[in-house]
Design a protein around this ligand. Structure first.
Ligand code: NAD
Ligand code: GLY
Length: 384
């Protein structure tokens, strides 16, 4: 993508619009400050739409529910809301049942539309409910975290967690519209913004060095306020993801690149029981540094690339080592971390598959990565 863009990725227009090219299931992503008000675009998709069913969490509803209610009323839609507790525990069988029963009790029909208004938890849960209710109804994503705006709201992966692991029960079900309102992120705690920022950086690291180079300069403005840099970073991320999803919707090939840093990251999250100790994005940041170091140890990449990534994440305040601050309290046994990797749903036949890199912007899928190399990389980062 870099050859068609200048090194300035900021978007100064009020709106950026991206098409996810999936034929009849294709849809637009609209990015910018105030795009919440564009919910009226739904009328072009569903001319007869009268009622929307908004699924949200308590925090998002308290902070931004009134704004959405106003936008819906302005567009002439009747609204019914379901407000769930915040947090990963909401992505459960129990909460899926509550949500489905509540929507059915309100006599949801195939002419209604579900609006997922929240972070990745609400997007994944409400999207899954939409996939299975009445054998599938339409939904709109209005993501309210940076992570959800650049990753989880796009691409149609929906899921809940089970006792045996995260995201193990779900469906591919594409939304019909995504409204990424960059101003909603102004209420997001900095730690969550940074965790989402790791996923933004991921797109540069896997496929576009120029974008990563721009982020090295522009990241404070991406994180700190709604404006051209934030819109630009989200626009680029969504374009990158849309292109990959259009090519490989069901992750039989290239979509796996989006898992860069995730094999290491998932193992670290699993070791912490997926609790608050380590946000998903923080684990992915650490995982991406580890993936560069593993690539260098295997002779695939100049060690300077890993150093560059480490420097950038450290400057932004993302963790880059298991020896960092609060993380140092855990022993992080390397053998157990590899066992977590082997029980990841992305692992097949007991072989370790990683997304590795030949340099910044040049990621690829590597099968059968030797276990001892992985262990050595983990230990170099502070694992026992
Ligand atoms: P989240 O949905 O739990 O949101 C994080 C916290 O921020 C919550 O407490 C929420 O209430 C709060 N919040 C949300 N918007 C806010 C706002 N604007 N201001 C203040 N607070 C706000 O977490 P997340 O990081 O958005 O998403 C994580 C989930 O996404 C995980 O379950 C992960 O598995 C999933 N995910 C899915 C995909 C996918 O492709 N479907 C991709 C990546 C991650
Ligand atoms: N978050 C990875 C994917 O959507 O494929």
């Amino acid at each position: 993508m870099s050859e068609t863009r200048t090194a300035d990725f900021a978007v100064r227009d009020a709106r950026a619009r991206i098409r996810v090219e999936l034929g009849a299931r294709g849809y637009d992503i609209v990015v910018g400050a105030g795009t919440l008000a564009d919910i009226g675009l739904s009328k072009a998709i569903w001319p007869k739409l009268r009622r929307v069913l908004v699924v949200s969490d308590e925090t998002v509803d308290r902070l931004h529910g009134a704004r959405l209610a106003e936008a819906l009323a302005g567009a002439g839609f009747a609204r019914e809301s379901v407000v769930l507790p915040p947090g990963e525990a909401t992505k459960s069988f129990a909460m899926l049942e509550t949500l489905c029963e509540t929507l059915l009790a309100r006599r949801i029909d195939r002419g209604d539309v579900v609006v997922a208004f929240g972070g990745g938890v609400i997007g994944d849960l409400a999207g899954f409910a939409a996939a299975i209710l009445l054998r599938g109804i339409d939904y709109v994503q209005i993501p309210t975290t940076l992570l959800a705006q650049v990753d989880s709201s796009v691409g149609g992966k929906t899921a809940i967690d089970t006792k045996l692991g995260k995201n193990l029960v779900g469906a591919f079900h594409q939304p019909r519209l995504v409204l990424a309102d960059t101003a909603l992120l102004d209420t997001l705690p900095r730690r969550d913004l940074l965790a989402g920022y790791a996923e933004v950086a991921k797109y540069g690291l896997i496929m576009d060095e120029a974008f990563f180079g721009w982020l090295e300069r522009a990241w404070p403005r991406v994180v700190e306020r709604a404006g051209p840099e934030r819109t630009g970073a989200i626009d680029f991320s969504c374009r990158a993801k849309a292109a990959i999803v259009a090519e490989d919707e069901r992750e039989t090939g290239r979509r796996a690149l989006l898992n860069f840093g995730h094999t290491f990251g998932h193992a670290l999250e699993a070791e912490c029981g997926f609790g608050d100790e380590l946000r998903h994005g923080e684990a992915v940041a650490l995982g991406m540094v580890m993936a560069f170091d593993l690539s260098a140890a295997m002779g695939l990449c100049d060690p300077a690339a890993g150093e560059r990534v480490r420097r950038h994440f450290a400057a932004a305040g993302l963790p880059t080592s298991l020896r960092a601050n609060t993380l140092a309290a855990r022993p992080w046994p390397a053998e157990r971390l590899v066992e977590h990797m082997l029980s990841d749903k992305k692992t097949r036949g007991g072989a370790l598959t990683f997304i590795l890199a030949r340099g910044v912007g040049r990621a690829f899928v590597a099968h059968d990565v030797p276990r001892d190399r992985v262990i050595a990389t983990l230990r170099a980062h502070g694992a026992a």
